[in-house]
Design a protein around this ligand. Structure first.
Ligand SMILES: Cc1cc2nc3c(=O)[nH]c(=O)nc-3n(C[C@H](O)[C@H](O)[C@H](O)COP(=O)(O)OP(=O)(O)OC[C@H]3O[C@@H](n4cnc5c(N)ncnc54)[C@H](O)[C@@H]3O)c2cc1C
Ligand code: FES
Length: 289
């Protein structure tokens, strides 16, 4: 029986609104608009204390600009190395894009419920993601590879627009060669060098066998993929209690106080971002909530 660590509490001292100082120690350009930054707490004691679970997120703060919710994308077994993979879409992400190594950002977190580590024991795990959705699932891939004896088959299905848009391209190649995990990547638009599948990520389900009752599913992508992806597994008779989806909503506080991320009767920041499908199916079925 897996006994997961208790949900780590936010490391913001006594005030969860108070950002801690974190320094950018490395930057990797993933594709034309996405970078992975490595953060290290400036304070040694805070660095040593920081624990988190796959699927949790931090609020990253740029003074005079604002805050954005960004998932932790590194290995939770090395909790002091805090990677965040950030796609530039608006004011905060653009500001971080222009910050060189050595710059300091504010960090509040970790927040939210992560992926269901306790539910995977003895099961097959199928992860489906699209675009930036691989970032919140990457810590889960690390966790599964680090604790490979905990479950049966591990499958990662990943879709993106073009081969150049892939996140963690070198790592995907390594995982592809790794017998402990089956990795299938598809692109919407192939280039002449691309020899892999072309088409939407749900099409990859035709290429794998899903033992419905024995499978735990984790889906993370744009809103449309979360819907279509979850429904595709339900159509294959995976029980809704075994399907988990990571949702995005506009965040403000990050810990269930302000109501910005209201999702029906739930708060995405506190009750999610990872939800069990059976817990949200009624609100999920509505187009806009
Ligand atoms: C739990 C969680 C985890 C997340 N993890 C990640 C992650 O790992 N990586 C990541 O890149 N993102 C992640 N996000 C998404 C990220 O938080 C949002 O994209 C965030 O809004 C970015 O902040 P920003 O200030 O850069 O963009 P914002 O300024 O908030 O802009 C966000 C969107 O609004 C649009 N927009 C901005 N200004 C205007 C305007 N004036 N008029 C019309 N549209 C406008 C932008 O085009 C963009 O699409 C996550 C979100 C959540 C909730
Ligand atoms: S962001 Fe404030 S309640 Fe969720």
């Amino acid at each position: 029986m897996i006994t997961p660590a208790a949900r780590p509490e936010p490391h913001c001292g006594h005030d969860t609104w108070y950002p801690l100082a974190a320094r950018i120690t490395n930057v990797v350009q993933e594709n034309f608009n996405t970078r992975t930054i490595t953060l290290e707490m400036v304070d040694q004691a805070q660095r040593n204390d920081y624990q988190w679970r796959p699927g949790q997120f931090n609020m990253l703060y740029v003074p005079s600009v604002g805050e954005a919710a960004i998932s932790i994308s590194s290995d939770s077994d090395k909790p002091q190395v805090l990677e965040h993979t950030i796609r530039t879409v608006g004011s905060v992400t653009r500001a971080i894009e222009h910050m060189p190594v050595g710059s300091v950002v504010g960090l509040r977190g970790p927040f939210g419920e992560g992926w269901p580590i306790e539910a995977i024991e003895g099961k097959d795990v199928v992860m489906m993601c699209g675009g930036i959705g691989l970032a919140p699932l990457r810590p889960m891939v690390y966790w599964l590879l680090n604790h490979r004896e905990m479950c049966r088959r591990v499958v990662l299905l990943y879709g993106c627009r073009t081969p150049e848009d892939r996140l963690y391209a070198d790592e995907l190649e390594q995982w592809h060669e790794d017998p402990r995990i089956d990795v299938l990547v598809t692109v919407d638009n192939a280039t002449s060098q691309w020899v892999g599948p072309v088409g939407v990520v749900t099409n990859l389900l035709r290429r794998i066998k899903v033992s419905a009752r024995e499978t735990v599913v984790m889906v993370c992508g744009p809103r449309i993929l979360n819907r279509v992806g979850a429904w595709s597994f339900l159509q294959l008779h995976v029980p809704p209690e075994q399907v988990y989806v990571s949702l995005e909503r506009n965040m403000n506080c990050g810990f269930g106080r302000c109501g910005h991320c209201q999702y029906g009767p739930k708060f995405v920041c506190r009750d999610g971002p990872v939800f069990r499908y059976s817990d949200i199916h009624d609100i999920f079925a509505k187009e806009e909530v």
